[in-house]
Design a protein around this ligand. Structure first.
Ligand SMILES: *Cc1c(COP(=O)(O)O)cnc(C)c1O
Length: 407
């Protein structure tokens, strides 16, 4: 056998991992609470939470204990058998979410795939085989599988991978007229993120969501909320629909549900859920005992008295800090968000540059499109840490815009 070449991790990554990510020049080796550390031990305040995944911070003791105990008990069994963590999670999760039944998968895209299949099965069964079209919106993001990337009404995600599956219609502007225009006799559902995440942190107005609810009732359509990013406490309630007060027929979750382990969930009330019968859908890993046991710990932590109230208070604090910053920094053109999910829109498309300048100062933030800096802090963040973060963000924005002026 030829000898393995000695390669640095950077070389191995650059040569042998498919280049789907524009990798940041940072190797993360360890996480603790709201901080992560690089290989030299440098500390970063993490306002990304692994893109809204590590919502309780890194290595939260309750989650580590739950996962560790389950690792020593049972890693995996087929879904043809009952396992305790999955049944316990199903009961707690449906109760917290306001639904009767759940289908477990491993990711956001899979949770949305299940929602699409379920909506179609329900509608075909109830109204006839012609039903199947789903309406989605500009700036949406629903995942990377072929069906969910087609549901994602953003051409940049669909380049070079056609033919795409049919059955989706896009609405450009969030007006009732445009939605009504898109409805055909084949329409079976409307799918929307209550706060568009990847598409720029855009909260959808509550009265528009209520109007969609009424329209769905009137036309016999199912309303699907993609809460993959907004779920598990991010908006100050367990789910964003509870913050807004408009209940969908199907809701999907993933990202933060198991605090960093892979897990997706698709929930519905009984009359919709029974359209999945044995053999109509499935997943080898879905509802895995380690993920399920850890998700129970996430739920117990987030639903403990006072936790969500604290998220709401901390969210309002962050909002005030960002508003104060934007009133003194003219390069900030908009500040949008709910709870602990915020977007800071810049007057020019420099979000990536600002992200770099923040990282150099020990602060990790995300972008959402070319002009929006996105903040998704762990839900356990303190006001003191946010004060520092907003100050650093202000400095980073000033530096980036100054450099551009000089050029
Ligand atoms: C991240 C995300 C997805 C996709 O989730 P994956 O786990 O990457 O498949 C879908 N919808 C929304 C709203 C998301 O934020």
């Amino acid at each position: 056998m030829p000898e393995l070449k000695e390669m640095s991790l950077q070389e191995a990554d650059a040569m042998h991992v498919m280049p789907t990510y524009a990798r940041q020049p940072l190797q993360v080796v360890r996480g603790e609470g709201v901080f992560v550390f690089d290989e030299k031990g440098k500390k970063y305040l993490d306002l990304t939470s692994g893109i809204a995944v590590c919502a309780l911070g890194h290595c939260h003791p309750a989650l580590v204990a739950a996962a560790t105990e389950q690792i020593h008990t049972l890693w995996h069994m087929s879904n043809i058998y009952l396992t305790a963590p999955q049944a316990q999670l199903a009961e707690k999760l449906t109760q917290a979410s306001g639904f009767d039944r759940v289908f477990f998968s491993n990711s956001g895209a899979e949770a949305n795939e299940a929602a699409i299949k379920l909506a179609r099965r329900y509608s075909k069964h109830k109204y006839g085989a012609h039903k199947g079209e789903i309406i989605t919106f500009s700036h949406s993001f629903h995942g990377r599988t072929l069906a969910t990337v087609t549901a994602t009404a953003q051409p940049k995600y669909q380049e070079g991978i056609g033919p795409l599956p049919g059955g989706f219609r896009y609405v450009e502007s969030m007006t009732m007229e445009s939605v009504k225009e898109a409805i055909t006799p084949k329409t079976c559902a409307i799918m929307i993120e209550p706060i568009q995440g990847e598409g720029g942190v855009r909260p959808v107005p509550g009265d528009f969501l209520q109007a969609l609810r009424n329209l769905c009732n009137e036309y016999g359509l199912l309303l699907i909320f993609d809460e993959v990013q907004t779920g598990a406490g991010r908006t100050g309630e367990w789910l964003a629909w509870q913050t807004i007060g408009v209940k969908p027929d199907i809701v999907t979750m993933a990202k933060a549900l198991a605090g960093g382990l892979p897990m997706g969930a698709t929930m519905a009330m009984e009359d919709v859920a029974i359209n999945f019968s044995p053999g109509t859908h499935g997943s080898t890993f879905g509802g895995n005992p380690i993920s399920a046991r850890t998700a129970v710990a996430v739920l117990d932590t987030v639903m403990a008295p006072g936790f969500l109230e604290n998220v709401r208070q901390t969210g309002l604090f962050l909002q005030r800090e960002l508003m104060t910053l934007s009133s003194s920094v003219e390069e900030i053109s908009d500040v949008r968000g709910v709870g602990l999910m915020w977007g800071v829109e810049l007057a020019r498309p420099f979000a990536g540059k600002v992200m770099d300048a923040c990282r150099e100062r020990g602060l990790l933030v995300l972008t959402a499109g070319p002009d929006t800096v996105r903040l998704l802090p762990p839900l356990i963040i303190t006001e003191e840490k946010l004060v520092w973060a907003v100050q650093v963000l202000g400095e980073a924005i000033a530096e980036v815009f100054e450099k551009v002026e000089e050029q």
